[in-house]
Design a protein around this ligand. Structure first.
Ligand SMILES: C[S@@+](CC[C@H](N)C(=O)[O-])C[C@H]1O[C@@H](n2cnc3c(N)ncnc32)[C@H](O)[C@@H]1O
Length: 225
């Protein structure tokens, strides 16, 4: 089902969607230097929009009293949809070229409750009032940093495709993860961003366990020490 949106919003989204593939800022000459300066690894700094189904999977979980923090907002097409649902949306995007284009296309249709920030989310202090964060970034290399900082800011939910990549999940940040060693059979998703299966496949249809200190964390930690 495609959610009904207001006319100005629909028009603004249409203008954003009309952009051609060739004018993507990640193809700008200096992008590699910019990405290095901002510690954007691999495809992390690439703007690539998702489809309506993915956006609907996110927006359908937003309540009218939510204060949303969207990390990596791209050209704001999701942020505009979020702003229709939530009380306030903070949309942070590191790439000024993407934002400049987007803001000129949205123009005076920019909603009052959408606060657009051009900054690196790795440096920016997360607002303490946020109730839910959105991170649509399949190639995210900083997932544990974001989770730690969202928890410290008191954020209660994280809606993301960064761990499973193929689909969107909502992580309840108020629920402490269980220790990885307590999982003897089934899928798991770790606070470090890793996912996997333990056992022989008997519980492949059950919900993944939310864990901490999985084998991937242990390898990462031992390489730091
Ligand atoms: C895959 S795009 C998704 C855009 C948008 N969320 C959407 O779904 O339409 C990811 C975006 O995150 C931005 N990004 C990556 N790392 C960032 C960071 N550290 N701070 C702010 N933005 C970042 C990229 O520049 C890119 O525009």
């Amino acid at each position: 089902m495609v959610r009904a949106v207001s006319r100005p919003l629909r028009d603004a989204i249409r203008r954003l969607e009309e952009r051609s593939g060739g004018d993507r800022p990640q193809f700008a000459e200096d992008f590699a230097r910019f990405a290095e300066r901002h510690d954007l690894r691999g495809w992390e700094g690439w703007f690539s929009p998702y489809d309506d189904q993915i956006y609907e999977a996110v927006v359908s979980q937003i309540r009218s009293r939510d204060l949303v923090f969207e990390i990596g907002a791209g050209d704001l097409r999701l942020a505009l949809r979020l702003a229709e649902q939530a009380q306030h949306v903070y949309a942070i995007e590191v790439n000024p070229l993407i934002l400049a284009q987007a803001l000129s296309r949205v123009g005076l249709d920019l909603p009052r409750n959408l606060h657009v920030i051009c900054a690196n989310a790795l440096d920016f202090p997360f607002p303490s009032s946020i109730s839910v964060a959105v991170l649509l970034m399949r190639h995210c290399h900083h997932f544990p940093d974001y989770v730690d900082r969202l928890e410290a800011a008191g954020c209660r939910r994280l809606i993301t495709n960064a761990r499973w990549r193929t689909h969107v999940e909502a992580i309840d940040l108020t629920m402490p993860p269980i220790d990885f060693d307590a999982v003897d059979e089934g899928w798991y998703a770790c606070r470090c961003g890793a996912t996997g299966y333990v056992g022989v496949g008997d519980r492949a249809r059950e919900r993944p366990a939310e864990v901490a200190y999985c084998p991937t964390c242990r390898v990462q930690r031992s390489s730091v020490v």
